[in-house]
Design a protein. Sequence first.
Length: 367
Amino acid sequence: MSDKGYLLKESDLLPLSIGAALLGTGGGGNPYVGMLRARELIRKGAEVRVLPLDALPDDAWVGEVGGIGAPVVGVEKIEEGGECYRAMRAVEEAAGVRISATISAEIGGSNALEPVIAAAYAGLPVIDGDGMGRAFPEVQMTTFFIYGAKAAPAAIADEKGNVVVFKEVIDMFWLETFARGVSVNMGAAAGLAIAPMSMEFVRRAAIPGTVTQALSIGHTVLDARQKRQNVVERVVASTGGKLFFTGKVTDVRRELVGGFARGHAHLTGVGDWSGSEARIAIQNENLVLWVDEVPVIMVPDLIINLELDTGEPITTEVLRYGQRIAVIGLPVHDLMKTPKALEIVGPKAFGYPELTFNPLQPQPVVA
């Protein structure tokens, strides 16, 4: 990518949404509707350029945006489209600065498209990076907050035109509490914008290149389908991931609690895992994979469910009985593996004190 970045084309949106769904580890919201909204804006003439982390000066302001709520709600409650843009403009006004680019809170799922949509409305570029390298369920679980971003001002907006601004919030945990409560009253689906960050800080704290990564994964999936290749094998080979289980979904227990979709999925093994059982813990995203009651992948590493035959990423809200899936593990970025980060995004932070994070080792990447 040049220092001027590259212009997103309509043809980029499908591979971007596929790659984002895969990196979403089951969460982040289904990106299909977001893809359609971005496509409509581009067809109307909007131009969105993706910029590398070194493209803007240190004192430029970057706006982090993303959806907040429970992805399972988004299946029926379709967002209007301008929620993150309105929240971002409210944050600009409260902070007294002008934002020069947007960046995703999380590259996973529909939140990969939210900064593109906000940028299209505002006539701004998008930074090639994000705050997770995946998706996580809670506001504080970004590298931005972990490494020192301010919690306020922040703003949340719904599809009806309501905008709530958090002018003073003492830390990221209180922002999660307040924003989650407001999002529940907004129907468990809203747009959130965080306090503007300097480009100098974003360069230090962001996980780099994740928009490009999502695009590359999406192109790999589409290319494998066109060539009638095994999509799961191509994804594993091209990402440095590892296949941990193949099986049939035999039970999904999922309920909306406190603004989150929480539950478990149970699988019976097929192929090389015939005779084995697996279980996946869910809180919007996939948190832990047990195979025959042994934990083999856990947060913050990525647990990715792909449809066994097509390689289509399966988000938790569409996971259902009878699906045949492949479960892939992918190592998370090093910024998410530090002791400071693991306090926020490790297994203990999700209620699994008995688990100690054992990081996945990157596998050789085959183009």
